[in-house]
Design a protein around this ligand. Structure first.
Ligand code: RIB
Ligand code: CA
Length: 308
């Protein structure tokens, strides 16, 4: 089944991309978006990852900014280059000429009703594609998203998680599109860190390879930052959780079908994931909200990808 990965690499995006590509997911394209770092960085990081793992996956540049929201980046987490500020060799590969929005629409015609999208950054590319082609939604099989919150615990605004807060209009458009959505929210990521010990289960020798060593170098500061912010050490790899459930649906231990929408108005509420747990809206559920995952299974998938 063909997948597009839409991402803003990003350290945890890197974990997701490496895992999907190295464990045999049928990824037909990477579409890259603004987010953790400006598009020029996230695009360069996608090409770096492609070369690091020796993948031929085509990489497409998407939208450099949100539909309305002023620019938001997360350099304090992902580094100034968006992926750990390592010393990288110059990339040899180039992005495709076609815009990611046009690629998404084109792929939906090539795989009508069978194309799925793993989206782990701001949803600008997908939203613009949905606006450009009003029939696109009917050709998309499913979306797996990392984004939003399950209890309004923001990480970017008081109530906004980064991917939704960086482009609330885009998130609203995607959640309203009528495409089956599995959503991994911020709180689920906070409660399900992957630890270094879990990654090392089975021995550390296998992690002595360029891909694993580069990834662990990227995440080095992330461990310290996570401990400083959360008080315990672990890899806060949000996007990996979404990728893991694409690769192994048994990763999910708890989920609930709910109606969810994204607030685009309000001083404090803009970017909020409004969730109708009590079924008060009369709306049909549009999201399968992931509330629990098996971190041992997640860690095993990442380890398998790093030592492949
Ligand atoms: O809030 C976490 C999300 O924002 C992750 O996708 C991370 O990569 C950033 O994009
Ligand atoms: Ca991301």
């Amino acid at each position: 089944m063909p997948w597009i990965i839409d991402a803003d690499p990003g350290i945890d995006d890197a974990a997701a991309i490496i895992t999907c590509l190295r464990l045999g997911c049928d990824v037909v394209a990477l579409s890259i978006v603004h987010g953790n770092s400006p598009l020029e960085n996230t695009l360069l990081n996608a090409l770096r990852l492609k070369e690091l793992i020796g993948s031929a996956v085509p990489v497409y540049a998407g939208c450099p900014r949100a539909i309305l929201e002023p620019r938001r980046n997360a350099g304090e987490i992902h580094g100034q280059d968006g992926m750990g500020d390592l010393q990288w060799e110059p990339v040899q590969s180039k992005a495709e000429a076609k815009h990611a929005v046009d690629m998404i629409i084109e792929q939906s015609h090539l795989h009508p009703g069978n194309l799925s999208i793993l989206a782990v950054g701001p949803l600008t590319n997908l939203a613009v594609a949905l606006v450009k082609d009003s029939t696109l939604a009917q050709r998309i099989k499913e979306l797996v998203l990392m984004g939003g919150t399950s209890g309004a615990r923001g990480n970017t605004t008081i109530v906004g998680e980064f991917n939704f807060a960086a482009d609330p209009e885009a998130a609203a458009i995607v959640l309203e599109a009528g495409i089956p959505i599995t959503l991994v929210p911020w709180e689920t990521c906070l409660e399900n860190l992957v630890t270094l010990e879990q990654l090392q289960t089975g021995g550390t020798e296998a992690l002595e390879n360029p891909v694993a060593e580069t990834f662990l170098a990227m995440t080095a500061e992330l461990l310290d930052r996570t401990e400083n912010v959360l008080g315990y050490r672990g890899f806060l790899l949000c996007d990996l959780l979404a990728a893991a459930l694409v690769m192994d649906p048994l990763v999910v231990t708890e989920a609930v079908d709910v109606f969810a929408a994204v607030e685009t108005n309000g001083t404090y509420g803009r970017g909020l994931t409004a969730i109708d747990y009590a079924k008060l809206s009369g709306e049909q559920p549009n999201v399968n909200l992931v509330l629990g995952v098996d971190t041992d299974r997640v860690a095993a998938l990442l380890r398998q990808a790093l030592i492949a």
